[in-house]
Write a protein that binds this ligand. Sequence first.
Ligand code: EPU
Length: 417
Amino acid sequence: MDKLIIKGGKKLKGDVTVSGSKNASLPIFVATLLAPGINQISNVPFLRDINTTIKVLESLGGSVEGNGNIVRIDTSTINSHEATYDLVKTMRASVLVLGPLLARFGKARVSLPGGCAIGARPINLHLKGLQALGAEITLEHGYVEAKCRRLKGARINFDVSTVGGTEHLMMAAATAKGETLLENAAREPEIVDLALYLNRMGAKIEGAGTDTIRIQGVSELSAANYEVMPDRIEAGTFMIAAAMTGGDIRIHNMKLEHLDALAFKMQDAGVEITTRDGVVRVKGPRRVKSVNIKTRPYPGFPTDMQAQFMAMMCVADGASVISENIFENRFMHVSELQRFGADITVEGNTATVKGVKKLSGAPVMATDLRASASLILAGLASEGTTEVTRIYHLDRGYESIEKKFAALGADIQRVKE
Ligand code: EPU
C-alpha cells in the first residue's frame, strides 16, 4: 500500500491544471449503456473509480479502450444485465446501471450497495422513481431485480434533493414513452453535463440545472462523443491549498461559476480570487479569517468541500461553525485533524473549529475520499512531517494529486509502505 510523506510549510506557487470531473464521468460512462455503438468520451480523469466503472461496463459485455484521457466505449456487445456485489460494493455509483439496462433490455439485476463511510446512503428514491416509470422491482438476496416492458413517462417529485437519483431517472426516462417531469431535482453541474451528453445521444431533456427537469421520451438513442466538464471539487481543493499556505497559484481548466458558494466563503475568509482569460488566480492572505459554513445541495456549499474547508478553518483567525446537512457521518476527518493539533468539537451535525496559529505534522489515516484531501491540506500547512496512510481512498477521486502539488512547490512524495 502507498502512503504520502509531506514536509509542510511551503507556500504553493505556480500553475496547475484541473482534470476532468469524476462525478460527471461516472454517470456519462453508465449512460453509454442506453444505446448500442461506440462512444468517445474525452477529458476523463485517470482514477480508481473510473477503472471500476470500466470493469462494470466490461462485465456487462461492453468493450472499453483508453488512450490518454480519451476513452472509447463500445456498447454494441452488451450481453448481460447483472451488476454483481463485488463491483457495486467497491463503488456505489455502479447502481446507476439499473435504469439504463432496464430501459434498453427490459430487465436488470443489480446488487444493493450496502453502507458507506459517510452515511447510510439509501437508494429508495432511485427505486421509487423507477417504479413510477413502470418498472416492477423486487429485492432478493441482496439484489434489486427489475423488469418492465417499455418504461412510461411519469411525474416524479423527489423527497430530498438527490444527485444520483436525478441522474438515474433522467437516464431511465430518456427512452420512456411520453413525458417525464422530475420535480425537486438536484441542480449540480454534473447533472447538466449528463443531460448535455444524453441530448447529444438524441434525448430531449430540458431544465437540467434547475429543480424541474422535463424529459420527452424518444424511441431510441444513438452513441455519441462528449468532453467531460472539469472537476469542480479538485479545483476547490487547490483553491484551499493556495489559501492555507499563503500561496499564489493559477488554476487552469476550471469553471469558477461551479464553485460560487465556496469562492464567496473564501473571499469572506480574506482570500483573493481573480479570473483572467479563463484562468483563476487564488492568493492566500498571511492568515485566513474564520467563516461559518453549512453544506447544502447545489448551488449551496458542497458537502464534497466540507472536509477541506474545515482543514483551512483549523488555522484560521477565530472560531468557525461548520454544519454538515447532506450526509450524517461526514466528520470522520475530525479526529485525524485533531492529531495535527486542531481544536475541533463536534455536536451532532455541527463542528466548531477554533483556529490555532500552527498545526504540527503527524501520522494520520485517510478514511474517505474528501477526508483524505483534508489531511493532505493540513499536512501542507503544518510544521514538520506528515504521513498519510490508506491513500487508496484518495486514488478514487484525485488524479496524480501529489504530482500536481509537487509541481506547485510542495514537498510531497508517494512511497510504498
Ligand atoms: N438519499 C436518500 N435516498 C436516495 C438517494 C439519496 O435518502 O434514494 C439521501 C442520501 O442519503 C444523502 C442525500 O440524499 O443524505 C444526498 O445524496 P445524493 O443522492 O445527492 O448523493 P449521491 O448521488 O449518492 C453524489 C456524489 C457524492 C456527493 C453527493 C452530494 C457521485 C458519484 N457522488 O452522491 O460525491 O457527495 O452527490 O453532492 O456523483 C465524492 O465525490 O466524494 C462524493 C461522495
